[in-house]
Structures are given as structure tokens and as C-alpha cells.
Design a protein around this ligand. Structure first.
Ligand SMILES: C[S@@+](CC[C@H](N)C(=O)[O-])C[C@H]1O[C@@H](n2cnc3c(N)ncnc32)[C@H](O)[C@@H]1O
Length: 368
């Protein structure tokens, strides 16, 4: 798949979400990148809190993380914050999968709600992404200075990038990069945060972006991931990263004690996860509402198992999973094949099942 450079300018709109963090809306896919209730809060609630980081991951010597559909990086940023907060001492490797290079480029500079209290999050990203920032600095500068979007970027970074591009750092690239980082270090990090930053600088912290179709990128990864974030667009619109075959690849590249997290509650997604060999469970938010799905090869990591209702729903037409045998079909091809298979299978519809299930429950309650 070709690297998507133009789409950022043409089809993606910024908006402020309810917690004050910047979010995006994609007009072509007609889908939001982030919850309008809060891009930052969503990442914390759906991808970080369910990890139970202190209990499950804190004692590991190293952490390998795969952020599928990095976008402007909220899930990775929230995880970096967690790592700093808990003073996790092991090595950290994060692989970012995203086909829109421009999103990766602007990600450290967004008004994301981390800047005031956790500027190290941005620093860690800039430090690791510096080579692509440097290679694309003209593009980045014009994106950061586009008048309609200015308010969605941290002003401090906008000015710095301008300097980075225009003057001062006219030496050979290595020195330019160092001077740029040095500036961020001294201007951005207040005295009280220096210790936290020192900790981040001293540890082995590697972030690697993989720009292109996540399916191809995953095929080339060798694996052993502890944590996987899957944050693709809605399955019914873009099934490409929710297929049985993609989950089989995720099974191949994850550790036994892994945790995969996604916001999707879709029965077809859960079915594909189960079919590829994972144990699958539900995620709940603060109001005890179902807010996503987790998968692991270790049954003990599944706090909220799927119940009879969820398993029943999986046997209806809503539970038919998507297929992409060679991991190279288009969204339309996957949707078309899915529709044909659903017609052949002639399964009960989800609404019929829900009605039947409710009736059965009422009869049971009457008997009690
Ligand atoms: C719902 S948004 C994810 C938001 C993101 N996690 C964040 O914090 O900003 C989905 C993202 O997936 C990317 N994407 C969609 N299909 C992809 C594919 N096949 N390979 C790689 N990235 C893809 C889009 O460019 C978009 O940034």
C-alpha cells in the first residue's frame, strides 16, 4: 500500500474533544479517530487501565509493545506516561504501525493534554522519531503552521520547529538533531521534571515507526510482544485489520503472557480472536459499561470472561468473522465475501437471538 501523505491535508479534520485533547475525524472513511468524549481519556480508559500494568507488567525485565493504528499516538503516549509514573526499570521497545506518515510526524506536537504535566512523553517521541522528523521537516513545518489547524498544536513546538527548519541548525544533520533536542530539554522540562526526564534518557527506550499497511508490517515482525493495542477504524467500515487471518498473525507475534486490547465490542471480532486461539474477555469503563475487548494466550489475564449472551451472539449472523486469507484484500473485497458467506450460512439474526434470549431469561426468573 502506498504511503498516505495527501490524505492528512485533504480529508482529515481536527476537533477538540470533551477532555480538551485534540482529536481527528476522517471524512472519507466517515469515522472518528478518537472519542468525542476525550481522546486522551479514551486511551487511558480503554487501553491503559485494563492492562493492570503494576500487577501484570511492572516486574518484567523488558517490554515489547505493538501499537497498531498509531494515528497521533494517544495509546502509546498514555503508556509512556504509565511507564514514567510507575518508574518501570526495564527496557522498552515500542513498534508503531501506521500508514499515514503525516500523523506520525505531527503526533509529538499535538495539544494532547500531556504537555503540562508530562512533557517527557513528547520528548520521548521526538527523540525516537527525530530521523523522520528531520527528513520531513518542510512538510511538518507547513502542517504545524497551517492557519486552520494552529490551535491544535502546542505553540512551544510550533516555534521550535520553525527555528529547526529555518535557521540556527545549519550544521550537518547530527548536530542539528542534537541542538533541537537540547532546546526541547531545556525549554520544555521544568526543574522538578528533570529527574523524570533523566530517568527516561538513561533507560533503553526504543520507538520504531513502521509506515505502511499494518498487515504487511505484522508479517515482517518476528514477535514476542507483551502488549498489543489494536485501534483500527470500525470493523463494519474497514474490516481489514479485524479478520481471522490478521488475528492469526497477532497470535504468531505475541508472548504466552500477552495482552491484546481493543475498543471494539463486535461479536465478529471476538469470534475471530477466539478462533485464532486466544482467550477473550470484555472490558468495562468506570460506569461499568462494556467498552472493549481483550485477548490473551493466558486465561488468567481475562478478568471478565464472555458470558452465555456474548457466546450466543457469536453464533448469530453478527458473529460471522471477516476473512482475508492472503492479507492483501481490499476492504470492499472483504466486505463482499463476508456478506456472501453470511447469506450461505443462514444463521439466526442478532435481533432474533436477543429476543429469544430475553424471553428465556424471563421464564427462568419466573420459575425462581
Ligand atoms: C481510529 S484511528 C486510531 C487513532 C490512534 N490510535 C490515535 O491515538 O490517534 C485509526 C488509524 O489507523 C490508521 N490505519 C487504517 N488502516 C490502516 C492500515 N491498513 N495500516 C496501517 N494503518 C492504518 C489510520 O491512518 C488511522 O490513523
Amino acid at each position: 500500500m502506498e504511503i498516505d501523505k495527501k490524505s492528512f491535508k485533504n480529508k482529515i479534520n481536527f476537533l477538540f474533544t470533551a477532555d480538551g485533547s485534540a482529536g481527528l475525524y476522517n471524512m472519507e472513511v466517515d469515522d472518528v479517530y478518537h472519542s468525542v468524549y476525550g481522546a486522551k481519556s479514551e486511551a487511558i480508559e480503554k487501553f491503559i487501565m485494563p492492562l493492570d500494568f503494576e500487577k501484570i507488567f511492572f516486574n518484567r525485565k523488558e517490554l515489547k509493545i505493538l501499537d497498531i493504528c498509531y494515528g497521533i499516538g494517544y495509546n502509546t503516549k498514555a503508556l509512556i506516561k504509565k511507564i514514567i509514573e510507575t518508574k518501570y526499570i526495564g527496557n522498552v521497545e515500542i513498534d508503531l504501525l501506521e500508514y499515514n506518515l503525516n500523523l506520525i510526524l505531527v503526533s509529538p506536537f499535538i495539544k494532547d493534554g500531556f504537555f503540562k504535566t508530562y512533557p517527557e512523553v513528547s520528548y520521548a517521541l521526538i527523540q525516537n522519531l527525530l530521523h523522520i522528523i528531520y527528513e520531513n521537516k518542510d512538510e511538518l513545518c507547513s502542517m504545524l503552521n497551517k492557519s486552520t489547524n494552529k490551535k491544535f498544536y502546542e505553540p512551544f513546538y510550533r516555534h521550535l520547529i520553525k527555528k529547526f527548519k529555518n535557521f540556527r541548525y545549519n550544521l550537518y544533520p547530527r548536530e542539528k538533531n542534537n541542538a533541537f533536542l537540547h532546546n526541547i530539554y531545556y525549554h520544555c522540562i521544568s526543574h522538578s521534571m528533570k529527574n523524570r526526564l533523566k530517568y527516561l534518557k538513561n533507560k533503553n527506550f526504543v520507538i520504531t515507526p513502521h509506515i505502511g499497511d499494518a498487515r504487511q508490517a505484522v508479517k515482517e515482525l518476528s514477535g514476542c510482544y507483551d502488549i498489543v493495542f489494536l485501534d483500527a477504524f470500525t470493523p463494519a467500515k474497514q474490516p481489514l485489520l479485524w479478520t481471522l487471518d490478521f488475528f492469526k498473525e497477532l497470535y504468531r507475534v505475541t508472548k504466552k503472557d500477552c495482552m491484546i486490547l481493543t475498543y471494539s465490542n463486535s461479536s465478529s471480532v471476538r469470534h475471530a480472536m477466539l478462533e485464532s486461539g486466544f482467550f477473550v474477555g470484555k472490558l468495562f469503563d468506570k460506569e461499568n459499561r462494556n467498552c472493549g475487548t481483550c485477548a490473551s494466550k493466558n486465561q488468567d489475564y481475562i478478568k471478565n470472561k464472555l458470558d452465555d449472551f456474548d457466546l450466543g451472539l457469536m453464533k448469530t449472523s453478527a458473529g460471522v468473522y471477516y476473512i482475508d486469507k492472503n492479507l492483501n484484500s481490499s476492504n470492499d473485497e472483504i466486505l463482499k465475501e463476508h456478506e456472501m458467506r453470511k447469506q450461505q450460512l443462514q444463521l439466526e439474526s442478532s435481533s432474533q437471538f436477543i429476543k429469544r434470549y430475553k424471553n428465556n431469561q424471563e421464564h427462568l426468573n419466573e420459575k425462581i
